[in-house]
Design a protein around this ligand. Structure first.
Ligand code: ADE
Length: 448
């Protein structure tokens, strides 16, 4: 079995496994809810024989999720959901020490990225896990025969499949979990267009996920990435945060905590108002461009920082992204404006010298700076997200054939389990409603 798994994998270097194993165990110390689920899965085997393909960031935290799914009996294939986020030592250990098939190499190019997606498809998954919906969207395009819309690697593979098998690829999926806001947006668009053919659980939308992972995880790890990449002091600097969703709030409020002067740009009037009432400066990006020192996009949309903004920025401005895809910063426009590009002036830092002589520094090639230049969200928050992933997978398998082909919310009992066990692991107890309080809350008679 182990040999077969090794043969099925594509990783950088298996000799990195010992370091990766230490990293996986270090993360595991701070993932108690997931560990508890793993212990139960080990005994009950609720995922016995289930073929599962995960297209996720291949990190130490994800490794502990993969171990949990495997403990539950699943046959797991893991591929990268971003070319820059793979931790090669972790990938090596997953293959060598934990018998998980992994197809992920840090800094893989687009061809390899999609060759790895093909490996996830070849596994003929009954359960999929996505972080950004790249795996599910490939499956849907194939089932719709829209092979012009998929990457050449996926097209070449799909063209060899007889039409019935293309359909079987989606017909056998009992459930699909989605980890991130961007992925959920794409899946809801699929549902709206009537092309979503299997049930999807919006893991991102669980309160135990986005309240914590998006806010505290993205908040801390984004600043961690900026600091590791640049070693800049944030205190006193003007940090422009584009987007005030859960991730944006986390980044902005943590930046303020480090002494930065934070400016928020938004298109949503309610979020803009919230930022203003949180005590932050709010203005259009065109006004922020000439005054900001560090710009962080975290909108989930595309084309946020554009040519007209780059040309107004100060000498030495730093630009980075923490939104899922690398489409928030218009790098092609910046390249056109640059008289000179010096890649790698530090690790993860590229210098663009504009025709005006001003220099702009782009971190992590405009990809997720928290995973490219740091280690992503810390284990303690991924504990909740990945406990939710494991429990919703179990829910889909138990309810095979009963869930409608649409985007589902995470069941309430999963949210309760995760929050209660997280609190317990933190040694925190809470009050219970009294009988009188329950009666009061469910009645209407008692008033002034
Ligand atoms: N997304 C953000 N941070 C992550 C991490 N540490 N592991 C997996 N996915 C992530």
């Amino acid at each position: 079995m182990a040999t077969a798994t090794k043969a099925r994998s594509d990783i950088k270097d298996s000799k990195l496994a010992p370091q990766g194993k230490k990293r996986i165990h270090w993360a595991d110390r701070d993932m108690p809810v997931l560990a508890r689920i793993r212990e139960r899965f080990e005994k009950e085997k609720p995922l016995q024989g289930v073929r599962l393909s995960g297209c996720l960031h291949v990190t130490a935290e994800t490794a502990n999720l993969a171990r949990t799914l495997k403990a539950g009996g699943a046959d797991v294939v893991l591929v990268a959901s971003n070319p820059l986020s793979t931790q090669d030592d972790v990938a090596a250990s997953l293959v060598q020490d934990f018998g998980v098939a992994v197809f992920a190499v840090r800094e893989e190019n687009n061809d390899t990225y999609y060759r790895h997606i093909v490996a996830a498809l070849e596994h003929e998954p009954q359960v999929t896990m996505d972080d950004g919906a790249d795996l599910v969207s490939a499956m849907i395009f194939i089932a719709l025969d829209r092979l012009d819309d998929v990457h050449a690697q996926v097209r070449a593979w799909a063209q060899k499949l007889p039409p019935a098998e293309r359909q079987r690829l989606i017909a056998q999926v009992v459930g699909s979990m989605e980890e991130t806001t961007t992925g959920v947006n794409r899946l809801r668009a699929m549902e709206r267009d009537g092309v979503l053919k299997f049930p999807v659980i919006a893991v991102n939308d669980a309160q135990t996920k986005h309240f914590f992972d998006n806010r505290y995880g993205t908040g801390q790890s984004t600043l961690d990435g900026i600091i590791r990449a640049t070693n800049l002091l944030l205190a006193g600097r003007k940090i422009v945060v584009c987007g005030y969703g859960w991730c944006g709030k986390g980044v902005a409020l943590r930046a303020r905590g480090l002494g930065a002067r934070v400016i928020v740009t938004e298109v949503d009037p309610i979020r803009a108002l919230e930022a203003a009432m949180d005590g932050l400066d709010v203005m259009p990006l065109a006004e922020a461009a000439p005054v900001g020192d560090i710009f962080i996009t975290v909108t989930g949309n595309s084309g946020i920082i554009r040519r007209e903004h780059f040309t107004e920025m100060k000498d030495g401005a730093v630009v980075c992204n923490s939104g899922h895809f690398d489409v928030e910063i218009e790098l092609p426009a910046l390249k056109e404006e640059a008289a000179e590009i010096n890649a790698g002036v530090r690790s993860h830092v590229d210098e663009y010298k504009l025709k005006s002589g001003r220099r702009i520094y782009v971190l992590g090639q405009g990809r997720l700076v928290n995973l490219a230049a740091a280690e992503g969200h810390p284990p303690s928050v991924m504990d909740m997200s990945f406990a939710t992933q494991a429990l919703t997978t179990e829910y889909c398998v138990k309810n095979k054939g009963k869930l409608a082909a649409k985007v589902h919310e995470v069941p309430r009992e999963v949210e309760e389990y995760v929050s209660r066990h997280k609190l317990a692991s933190m040694g925190i107890e809470i009050d219970q409603l009294t009988v009188e309080q329950k009666r009061y809350m469910s009645g209407w008679e008692q008033g002034t």
